[in-house]
Write a protein that binds this ligand. Structure first.
Ligand code: NIG
Ligand code: FE
Length: 426
């Protein structure tokens, strides 16, 4: 018998999302539905996930174990949001107004707005400001079922302000149940004061900023906006080499608007993930399909920028790519923190089935930040990160479009959201 200090009992449906990760091709559609499903954990780790009969035969809840009634609820792993730009200051509501009038994201950027607007606000913010903003956003994400989040810097664009963003993530993470995985993105854009001296900015990153952030251990991943007009393929290659030498694992914002072979390069350099891929080439699809580089799709961007063009999700799945979905939460191109909404956009705008979208928001998203050994599915030995949704069946996670179905969130075996509200320690 396995002992348990927490039991989630009798869920209408349990989606374990069990099985080898990442899920590719047909496997992406397998979520392991168990009707009348039970999950048990001990000291924050899952000890059982399955049906009632085996639960009764194999699990002995400790005296005083917490029991949560899953009747009429659908249980699944907590969402993993593998791509966000969490620690920024200010907003771009005024620029959003211009976009509604027909300005494009690129036109705003060419006129010194866009990312540069947020760089100004983020440089002006204090560390405490950024911690407070990050905590507020983490709360909102948690209420929508996110239990692990990747978060990028990239609005400081100098050593001190990049460090400030990454320290804000570290400090916010220490105060919040959501796990925060930090990514250094000093190559988000050429800093405004280096506008006409881009080679000097690249040199600053390679000689000073990348090694220093690496030494301080403030980030696990290095990410770069590889896009014509931002960083070219050759510049991407040089910066990626420098980041690898400093000990970072690599992520690439690739083929977001115009393909310059970013996905191909990501696969070639062994990047953990290539992200966006709205404009990915045929060659890029084939290369990602044959690689360990995850394809993180961000359907919030096409939605939020009102683009007809979307990432070719079905073709990527057919090619065997490890497809994940994430929010890209940021003030300009996807001001969206809700993973249920992203799951819905995956179904409605990328043509994923609900089951594929669930795996893309959980196990495959965990793979895309290399946390698939600990989170992303409900299997013995993994973290007890579980959400309970008040929908009649898992298809309704998408069918009830626009709704946040998350009622209960369990993080590391502790109830942190109950009845749609944050539970704070007494
Ligand atoms: O993922 N593409 C570059 N970076 C973000 C947008 C950042 C911003 O607009 O502030 C993205 O779309
Ligand atoms: Fe992004």
């Amino acid at each position: 018998m396995r002992s348990a200090d927490l039991v989630v009992a009798g869920c209408r449906e349990l989606l374990t999302c069990a099985g080898p990760l990442p899920k590719r091709g047909r496997a992406l559609g397998e979520v392991g539905v168990v009707e009348n499903g039970w999950v048990a954990s001990s000291q924050g780790l899952v000890v059982y996930a399955g049906d009632e009969a085996d639960f009764l035969a194999e699990v002995a809840p400790e005296p005083g174990a917490v029991t949560i009634d899953g009747r009429n609820l659908v249980a699944l792993p907590g969402f993993v949001d593998a791509h966000t730009h969490l620690p920024f200051a200010g907003d771009r509501a005024r620029e959003f107004g211009l976009r509604i009038q027909g300005w494009t994201y690129q036109q705003l950027a060419e006129r010194g707005m866009g990312i540069q607007t947020t760089v100004k606000a983020t440089r002006a913010a204090s560390l405490d400001d950024l911690v407070a903003l990050s905590l507020k956003r983490l709360d909102r994400m948690l209420l929508h079922g996110t239990t692990t989040v990747e978060a990028k810097s990239g609005y400081g664009l100098n050593l001190d302000d990049e460090i400030k963003q990454l320290e804000a993530l570290r400090d916010a993470a220490a105060l919040h149940p959501v796990d925060v995985i930090p990514t250094f993105m000093g190559a988000h854009e050429v800093a405004p004061e280096y506008k006409d001296r881009r080679e000097e900015y690249i040199g600053l990153l390679i000689d000073t900023v990348i090694p220093e952030i690496g030494r301080r251990g403030l980030a696990e991943f290095f990410d770069i906006f590889s896009e014509p007009g931002v960083f070219s393929i050759e510049e991407t290659r040089r910066l990626v080499e420098a980041a690898k030498a400093a000990g970072f694992r690599i992520k690439v914002h690739a083929d977001e608007f115009v393909s310059q072979g970013g996905a191909e390069l990501a696969a070639e350099v062994g990047a953990v993930s290539a992200e966006h891929l709205i404009a990915i080439s045929d060659e890029g699809i084939a290369r990602l399909g044959a690689s360990d580089t995850a394809a993180i799709l961000l359907p919030g961007v096409s939605f939020f920028l009102m683009l007809a063009k979307r990432a070719p999700a079905r073709r990527l799945i057919e090619a065997g790519a490890a497809v994940a979905l994430s929010t890209d939460f940021n003030p300009g191109s996807s001001h969206i923190f809700s993973m249920p909404f992203i799951l819905q956009l995956g179904v409605f705008t990328l043509g994923l089935t609900v089951e594929e979208a669930v795996n893309a928001c959980t196990g495959n998203a965990a793979y895309a930040i290399r946390r698939h050994g600990t989170v992303g599915s409900l299997e013995p030995g993994k973290r007890m990160d579980l959400i309970l949704c008040d929908v009649p069946d898992h298809v309704s996670l998408a069918y009830e479009a626009g709704r946040n179905p998350v009622r209960t969130v369990i993080k590391n075996g502790k109830v942190v959201v109950e009845d749609g509200r944050r539970v704070t320690a007494p």
